[in-house]
Write a protein that binds this ligand. Structure first.
Ligand code: UDP
Length: 316
């Protein structure tokens, strides 16, 4: 097999670092990680210290991107991704989705490399249909608290398609739904770390609103397999990746309590503004085009995630 060199923006993040592992496992020749570490962490790559195939550059891809030597594939995965981050880092979110995408696309063009951008179910906003197929155009508030992320990702998709149509760049767009697993940040404010931490510490699980919102939680191993399948296909349209196991947030809270053997109760806090009411991917495209299938059910994925957070909380 020809030696494949990849550049991965956001490679020190939760999903990015798992993709690094996968690419190295698949014997890609070299992975250059570009990350400014505002939400990523070197601890996600610490197990690879000393591996000559991994090169790390602490840079902000929204400023500029420079990589020496041949590059065959550029993955643009850099972005803060939790709703709390949208409040903490709104300008960075917009910059990395716009300028960062532009810089990553320009790098791919200069190197004649393939390109993949990490998009999101947030492009569907608060969806009025369920499940959401890729052909759904979405229901997004352009000025709400989540808009920095939603609109940056929509812009990023548009720019990616413009590079494909105008320059003939070989591009791919993956739309992630809620993804969870080890290496999530304990304090990122999302429902998985919040509930797991609360359950492990015996604190009440904080449900925002009445708990009837739904999400479909995909375990990172399945999701990374979807990314790898798309990377090795040449399909140009966006592809949803995740799982169809849809749960209400209340059901999810109960699952976390059960799997962690916790005695925590559930408490209710006011609903968040513009919180999507339902989210579930239509995976027809992923299945028929990529042969994608998910395998890890919620209980199994939660067990592994809880073990990880126990370590982080020093509860082992
Ligand atoms: N949520 C919750 N309690 C929390 C954190 C989140 O009830 O402590 C809810 C949130 O309102 C949303 C769902 O869980 O309906 C998923 O939120 P998350 O922040 O994980 O990601 P989102 O899917 O909204 O981007």
């Amino acid at each position: 097999m020809r030696k494949v060199n990849a550049v991965l923006t956001g490679g020190a993040g939760f999903l990015g670092s798992h993709l690094v592992d996968r690419l190295l496992l698949e014997r890609w020749n070299k992975v250059v990680v570009l990350d400014n570490l505002i939400t990523g962490s070197l601890s996600n790559l610490s197990h690879l210290v000393g591996d000559p195939r991994l090169v790390f550059q602490q840079v902000d891809v929204s400023d500029s991107v420079a990589v020496d030597g041949p590059v065959d594939f550029v993955f643009h995965f850099a972005s803060p991704a939790s709703p709390d981050d949208f409040t903490r880092h709104p300008i960075e979110v917009m910059k990395v989705g716009s300028l960062g995408t532009l810089n990553a696309l320009e790098l791919a063009r200069a190197k004649s490399a393939k390109f993949m951008m990490a998009s999101t179910s947030e492009v569907y906003g608060d969806p009025l249909i369920s499940p959401q197929p890729e052909t759904y155009w979405g229901n997004v508030n352009s000025i709400g608290p989540r808009s920095v992320y939603d609109e940056a990702k929509r812009f990023s998709e548009a720019l990616t398609m413009a590079y494909r149509n105008h320059y003939g760049l070989d591009t791919r767009i993956v739309r992630f739904f809620n993804t969870y697993g080890p290496r999530m940040r304990l304090d990122d404010g999302r429902v998985v770390p919040n509930f797991v931490k609360q359950a492990l510490l015996g604190e009440p699980l904080t449900v925002y609103g009445d708990g009837s919102n739904t999400r479909s939680f995909g375990y990172y191993e399945d999701v990374i397999t979807g990314v790898y399948l798309l990377a090795t296909h040449d399909y140009r349209e966006p592809v949803n990746i995740g799982t169809e196991e849809e749960k209400t947030i209340l059901e999810f809270a109960r699952a976390v309590i059960k799997v962690s053997n916790s005695e925590s109760e559930i408490s209710y806090l006011p609903a968040s503004v513009d919180d999507p009411r339902q989210r579930r991917p239509d995976l027809t495209r992923a299945r028929t085009i990529l042969g994608y299938e998910y395998h890890v059910n919620l209980e199994e994925g939660l067990q592994k995630t809880i073990e990880f957070f126990k370590g982080k909380l020093d509860l082992k």
